[in-house]
Design a protein around this ligand. Structure first.
Ligand code: SUD
Ligand code: ADP
Length: 271
């Protein structure tokens, strides 16, 4: 069975408090983006162990720490009859990039195993397993535009359709550690809910839809701030870093293809 885990962008992100479990409360809008990895799961007929094969972009963590493997191990605790698997992941989504590629792989692995081996898990149960893998993972079980609070697992789907825009992603190849990024933020609250932006024209987002991670990340990596400036200089209606970075996205009129002059090793995708 094959599936294609997609990534996400965060439209606005506010870190609202530090929690007793070490995590932070936040508020964001998750928006799914069709830049996808490839994930195949078959039963392993040749070995009694579950194996993970990788191709495409290199992932910096050891194979046993790969979230696909963790997703399998998590289900195996409650479903000991699961057979050994041969998992193959083809990586296209840049990692440590604020695109949630790893989280998506984890959530899709849970869903695919559930489907292939008819485990009978419903959405609520899958959401619970997903949260054990990571704060961003539950979103990829729902995979529809959603307003998120808590660690990112309290999800409320919203009507937000950006298909009228040309969404351009640029990743400068800088790997941002999510834990480090959270540690650089002083949480704060505001009386403006990000949920309201869904009913607000995109042309007004520039000054009101902010990502709290931009301040510390831009300070440490000015090259990322330059990308946001570049988007606005080239006519973006809205531009922002996604998540804890380092990817920056710009929304342009659909009919308009901006000429973006960037270093050749940067990753760029227009969707
Ligand atoms: C910042 C966000 C925004 O969507 O995305 P990315 O930039 O990573 O894509 C997410 O909150 C990232 O979620 P995820 O990448 O799943 O993080 P996790 O594995 O759960 O946590 C990694 C580390 O980030 C910190 N963390 C994460 C989520 C959260 N709500 N509070 C936190 O403090 C913790 O230090 C934790 O040890
Ligand atoms: N399947 C996977 N794909 C990507 N990264 C993974 C995967 N499994 C584990 N990781 C680890 O998770 C880290 C963050 O991954 P990713 O989700 O791509 O970044 P971000 O949280 O910034 O969106 C990676 O740097 C890597 O060490």
């Amino acid at each position: 069975m094959i599936t294609f885990p997609n990534c996400k962008i965060n439209i606005g992100l506010r870190v609202t408090g530090k929690r007793y479990d070490g995590f932070h409360d936040l508020e964001t809008i998750f928006y799914p983006i069709q830049l996808c990895d490839g994930l195949e799961i078959i039963q392993n007929q040749h070995s009694s162990e579950t194996k993970l094969g990788l191709s495409g972009l290199v992932i910096d963590s050891p194979i046993q720490d790969n979230i696909c493997y963790k997703a399998f191990s998590l289900l195996k605790i409650d479903f000991p009859d699961l057979p050994p698997l041969q998992i193959h992941l083809h990586k296209v989504i840049p990692t440590g990039a604020g695109l949630g590629g790893g989280s998506s792989n984890g959530a899709f692995t849970l869903s695919l195993i559930n489907q292939k081996f008819k485990l009978g898990l419903d959405t609520q149960q899958l959401l619970k397993y997903a949260l054990q893998l990571g704060s961003d993972c539950p979103f990829f079980i729902i995979n529809k535009p959603a307003y998120a609070t808590g660690r990112g697992e309290k999800l409320e789907t919203v009507q937000l359709d950006l298909s009228d825009y040309n969404i351009v992603l640029i990743n400068p190849g800088i790997h941002i550690n999510t834990g480090w990024a959270f540690s650089r933020i002083n949480p704060g609250s505001s009386n403006f809910s990000l949920k309201q932006i869904v009913d607000t024209p995109v042309s007004t987002w520039k000054d009101i839809v902010l990502n709290d991670f931009e301040v510390p990340v831009f300070m440490e990596y000015p090259a990322i701030k330059k990308l946001k400036d570049l988007f606005y200089n080239k006519g973006a209606i809205y531009a922002s870093m996604t998540g804890s970075g380092s990817t920056v996205f710009g929304l342009f009129e659909k009919s308009f293809t901006p000429q973006l002059d960037i270093p050749s090793h940067y990753f760029m995708k227009s969707l």
